[in-house]
Design a protein. Structure first.
Length: 276
C-alpha cells in the first residue's frame, strides 16, 4: 500500500505514447492525490481509466485564469494535488510554470515525479551530440519569425532540440537549411509508439523523404551544433549572402552568414560587396 502523501503540488510525468512507461511511483501518486490538474480532462481521464483510477480532474491549460490557479494552490496547501500534461513531463513546453512559481512563493511544497519526455527520448535516438543540448520548444509558425529564432541560436555550441507538428515540418526543415546550412538534422516521430521513427541526415535528403512520404504524428526536430559538418562551399556561401543581401546591407549580410556558418566575417563582407 502506497504511503499517504503530504499536502503539496506533485508534478507527474505521464507516458508519451506507451502506457508501459508509466512508473509505479507516478501511478501511486496519481492514485493518492485529492485532485489532478490537467490540460485536457478527456485525455487525462482516459489515462486514469487505464490505470484504474478515478481522481477528480480540474482543467488547467495556457488559458487558465488567475482564479483557477489560486483555487488549485488552495487545494495544494491542505491536500496533495497532481499536475500532469497531456503527455510527457509537465512544464516542458506545456502549462505549469506559473503554478509552480506561485506554489513556491506561497510556501507550498513542490515535488517532481520524473518520467518520459519526448525531447530526451529523441536526443538519445538521434546520434547527435548529447553532452550539451538546448531545448527551444516550438519554432514560430511564420517564416520570418522562424528564421529569426534559428539565427539567434546559430552560434550556440550545442544540439538544438525543437518540438514540431507534421504540417509544418517541411517549412521548418527548409528554414534550417537556409539559416543553418550544412548542419546534420534529425527528425524523430511517434516516439515510444508502434511506428516510432528517427531519421538523421542532410536537410535536403530529409525534405525529399518527407515530401514523398508526408510525416504524421508528433515530432521532435534536432539540429547538430556548429562545426559538426563540413563548412559550406563557395556556391552555398554566395547563395546565403545573396539571400541576406535581399533584406540587408553588405555588413549585415556578412554578420548574419558569419554567425550561421562560423566563417570569417571580413572575408564574407568583401564577397558581399562583390555580389551587391
Amino acid at each position: 500500500m502506497a504511503t499517504p502523501l503530504e499536502p503539496g503540488l506533485y508534478i507527474v510525468a505521464t507516458p508519451i505514447g506507451n502506457l508501459g512507461d508509466v512508473s509505479q511511483r507516478a501511478k501511486d501518486t496519481l492514485g493518492s492525490v485529492a485532485a489532478v490538474a490537467c490540460e485536457d480532462t478527456r485525455v487525462t481521464g482516459k489515462l486514469l481509466q487505464l490505470l484504474g483510477l478515478k481522481q477528480r480532474l480540474i482543467r488547467y491549460d495556457d488559458h487558465a485564469s488567475d482564479a483557477t490557479r489560486d483555487h488549485l494552490l488552495q487545494i495544494a496547501a491542505t491536500s496533495p494535488l497532481a499536475l500532469v500534461s497531456d503527455a510527457g513531463t509537465p512544464l516542458i513546453s506545456d502549462p505549469g510554470y506559473r503554478l509552480v512559481r506561485e506554489a513556491r512563493a506561497r510556501g507550498v511544497a513542490v515535488t517532481s515525479i520524473p518520467g518520459p519526455s519526448a525531447a530526451t527520448v529523441a536526443l538519445t535516438l538521434s546520434g547527435l551530440p548529447s553532452d550539451r543540448f538546448l531545448f527551444a520548444g516550438f519554432l514560430p509558425n511564420k517564416d520570418k519569425a522562424r528564421g529569426d529564432v534559428l539565427q539567434e541560436l546559430a552560434a550556440v555550441r550545442a544540439t538544438l532540440v525543437f518540438y514540431e507538428t507534421a504540417p509544418r515540418l517541411i517549412d521548418s526543415l527548409a528554414a534550417i537549411g537556409r539559416t543553418l546550412p550544412g548542419r546534420e538534422v534529425a527528425v524523430a516521430r511517434e516516439l515510444t509508439k508502434r511506428f516510432e521513427d528517427c531519421r538523421t541526415g542532410a536537410v535536403e535528403h530529409l525534405i525529399a523523404h518527407y515530401e514523398a512520404q508526408p510525416a504524421r504524428g508528433e515530432i521532435v526536430l534536432l539540429v547538430a551544433p556548429p562545426g559538426e559538418a563540413e563548412p559550406p562551399g563557395e556556391a552555398d556561401v554566395d547563395a546565403l549572402l545573396r539571400a541576406a543581401l535581399a533584406t540587408g546591407k553588405p555588413s549585415q549580410a556578412a554578420g548574419q552568414v558569419a554567425k550561421a556558418t562560423g566563417l570569417d566575417r571580413k572575408q564574407l563582407y568583401a564577397r558581399a560587396l562583390e555580389l551587391k
